[in-house]
Design a protein around this ligand. Structure first.
Ligand SMILES: [Fe+2]
Length: 333
């Protein structure tokens, strides 16, 4: 009796019926896999998955990924997920250090140069910042280099936005947010929710923030170490400015003389968001603002777009992938 499991038995079977499906090959892998998603009812999901498959397969082919490397990648992603908790989001951190967070932020908040540029929210915002009065000192522990922060919230044509709301938060002089140092910093230290005056102006007392490292004790920190990258972000104050009838902007202002301004671990720096923080040595002025002499000043004006302004959808001109000029072979140089 023939063995039903023999090759002969298998080869005698009719070929399986494929409903027009193409079998997987190295050359056509992306097309074959992408085709499996063409029945996705949601058109946006279909588009995203199709593009993802094409780019992912192109990447694997480009580097000719080995099985060991594939295993390392799976292990890395597994550990990244296992590092996540209610207070730690390692996947967002991974997105940050790969520049994806900033790219998504930038694509979705194009300004066309008409309003204040945005940057990442970051993980240290409080849903309800403590309400403060204009002129308040948000450095509740009185430590650090005193700094007067002021600015004006306007529309794109400079029209003042009376009563605009300005939410701010920053590190102390040691580079920590209050939520990172419970019991060391007072709750709500270096945070404030301000309402601008009738001219859209705001001002408060604080201290100069310091650069700080993103959490680097997990898989993302290992990635940075393995690639010779540091985990630091340059000194900055976070802002969310909002006003009725206008689109809120989530951004930072960066301290111009901070280390790491040109190598932010999460790529959050935009040239338009960098400000000098000059020292003022003037006893009369220090008495006026209620800060010890000398003190430093940081001025940051914010321009918001009306809610009904048209979306800026034009993509910036594409650059060559490696930043080098395109070389046309055989062309005269
Ligand atoms: Fe921050």
């Amino acid at each position: 009796m023939p063995d039903a499991r023999s090759d002969t038995a298998f080869s005698a079977r009719p070929a399986p019926v494929r409903a027009g499906g193409e079998l997987f090959t190295e050359e056509r892998s992306a097309e074959v896999v992408a085709a499996s998603f063409t029945g996705t009812p949601d058109p946006r999901l279909r588009q995203v998955l199709g593009s993802l498959v094409h780019h992912l397969h192109a990447f694997v082919k480009d580097v000719e990924l080995t099985e060991d490397e594939w295993g390392v990648a799976i292990d890395f992603l597994t550990r990244t997920g296992q590092m996540c908790s209610d207070v730690r989001q390692e996947f967002i951190l991974l997105s940050d250090v790969l520049g994806v967070s900033m790219l998504v932020e930038t694509i979705n908040h194009r300004t066309g140069g008409t309003s204040t540029e945005s940057t990442v929210l970051g993980p240290f915002h409080m849903v309800e910042s403590p309400r403060r009065e204009l002129g308040d000192d948000i450095a509740l522990d009185g430590k650090g280099t005193p700094c007067l922060v002021s600015g004006q919230v306007t529309g794109p044509d400079g029209e003042p936005l009376a009563g605009a709301v300005v939410d701010v938060w920053q590190t102390n002089e040691d580079g920590f947010y209050d939520v990172q140092q419970p019991g060391i910093q007072p709750a709500g230290n270096l945070r404030g929710l301000f309402t601008a005056d009738g001219d859209g102006r705001f001002w408060f007392r604080s201290v100069v923030p310091r650069y700080y490292p993103i959490p680097d004790d997990g898989p993302v920190g290992q990635l940075l170490a393995a690639t010779g990258r540091h985990p630091n972000r340059p000194a900055h104050l976070h802002f969310i400015a909002s006003a009725a009838g206008y689109r809120p902007v989530t951004t930072h202002v960066f301290v111009a003389d901070s280390p790491y301004l040109d190598s932010d671990a999460v790529f959050g720096v935009k040239e338009s968001l960098v400000r000098d923080v000059p020292e003022v040595d003037d006893p009369d002025r220090s008495a006026d603002v209620g800060l010890p002499n000398p003190f430093r000043t940081l001025t940051f004006d914010l321009a918001l777009l009306p809610e009904d302004s048209p979306e800026v959808s034009a993509r910036p001109a594409a650059q060559p992938a490696d930043g080098q000029p395109t070389v046309v072979r055989g062309a005269p140089s």
